[in-house]
Design a protein. Sequence first.
Lengths: 331, 319
Amino acid sequence: MRAKPYHRIRGDIGLGDLAKALVELNLSETTHLHMAFNALGFEGPAYSHQGKPKIAAESRLRKHKRPLKRDQKIEPRFSLPPTPETSIQPSGGILESTLTQLPLAPPSNDQPDWLQQPEPDITKTNGVFRQRLFSRNHSNGILKASLAVRRPGRRLNIQKIIAQAITGNPITKIPHLPVGSIENGVDLLCDYSESMQPFYPDLTDLKTSLLDILGKGRHRSFEYDTNPVEAISWNAQDKAIEWGPISGRPVLLATDFGQAKGRPYKRLQFREWRKFVNRITKHNTPLIVLSPMPPSSLPRWLRQETKIIHWDPRTRAGAVSKIIGIGHTIE
Amino acid sequence: MDYKPKKFDLPQDGVHVKGKGTDHPPYVFSNKIAIAVDVALATDRPLLVSGPPGSGKSSLAPVMADILQWRYLHEVFTSRTRLEDLTGDPDQLRRLNDAQVKDGTPLPERWAYLEPGILWWAFDQQSAELRGQNKTVIASLKRQLGEKYHDPSNPSSGNEINNVVILLDEIDKADPDLPNDLLEPLDKKRFNVPQGPEVKALKGQNILVIITTNEERELPPAFLRRCINLRLSEPSEAQLVKISDYHYPKVSKILRRNIATKIREQSENAKELDLRPPSTSEYLDAIEACKTLKIKTSSPEWEHLAQAAFIKEEIDLEG
């Protein structure tokens, strides 16, 4: 292996890497080329070294687009009249023209051809834009701050060391400053009651975000209607599994507690809430609530002893850290 | 396999049998694997290997070290792995203990307590041995401390002194921020050790970094964009039989083929039940068991084995 030049700063894999691979490996077989392209994160072209290169049919380069043949039909996305075959070349000057009123065409039952074409498939159109409750840029930071659990970090707690050293006794265990860690994972309990309907897509986004951050092994999702004690999930065999707290694993409740305005939605009762909180406390499980309603609008008995994070696009990780601190303390 | 690698040598059948002094099992290369490794070597980019358990992700690195005759270093990630574990970190507890010993031995300076991580060993082995100091300083300290001088232990195995294969195993288990923390040392081939020296890879050094993931967690896009991707699939029946040709050449090929068929059936069954499918290890274990217990395809025990399927739920046992 020949010696390489001294290393310099490089960025993402790009055309330079592709060029290096093509030259140094001298790949000729199409399948091998495809594999090399895929390894680098590119779509491979379908071309051969023999004769003229054949451009891939799916090439996005404009000059590679072949003109349509006469008998090829255009399948429009929407029903539109066909484009005329001849194009009018501008003369370069201002043309004099007059509008002449033509006589009305006689009524006819014949419909033009373009009206006969099938209606567009609306399922393939883009959905209406929806603002997420937590933006993609901030969601991971907010969730990590919400779920962090305190544990000793790498940095030494100098003050504690000095305090111990002053006593004159040997230090048997070095104290470290705490850090927040998400290694305990999370149990996500999603409220799918009627008042939460506008936020169903956000519940899905939340599950996806947690899966991305924590992975399958450290994340469980459950669903309930109004009362979180009754949260369940389903396994691969469609069997219902009741939620039960795991000691030390934070519980994230995504709910509005039925407090949405406008209709008399079914609301969580005080007794049911206390039962849930007692169960959580008994298992030494931190509880965090994500509420699309502003915390100040929630009843006092819901806010007591509960860390509530406003599920809102303006919420940031810094604000969550002020509520949670470095992380939840597990005793 | 019809691809002949340009950056390393492989037998025509694509199977690398272990070299002297190594402990890894035979490794069956496919075109995809060989090309991905070639691309990683040609572009000097880390190779990110993903795939189901038992597909050969972690075995690839020691095999490549054996083929290339380079040094080999590896680190298995946990949720507590930090960048400092890979670069270098002072052993504070040992320093504190030494500070409390009142036998007149002078307390060495802070640098003497640095424990080099595998990236330090990989980039500059000599600097790691000397903890970033020069030989004169180390010799003086050794004279001063005598037996109490603590030599950092070199975790490398293998041959060629500078070129190295590094395995960073199960990166998806690490803290979500760690992959991005790794970008700079892997990209620039240099880093600063906390309270220590700057470490740079030697000029002309060849480094192959292989990173594995079980895909349990998403990795940051910035990290993915700087890695060569190789996704391994479960070995096919034919590949399983080929692997067993090297492990158990004397065991009946019909039996090995039948076990391979059974393993593939169990794999499909496991996927339906959302369970972990059996891997190459289970396949080889089954052959070993049949060999030791003298079970053949004509044996009555084979009939029972052939009918075994994963149990759906414990409750099903109770009917």
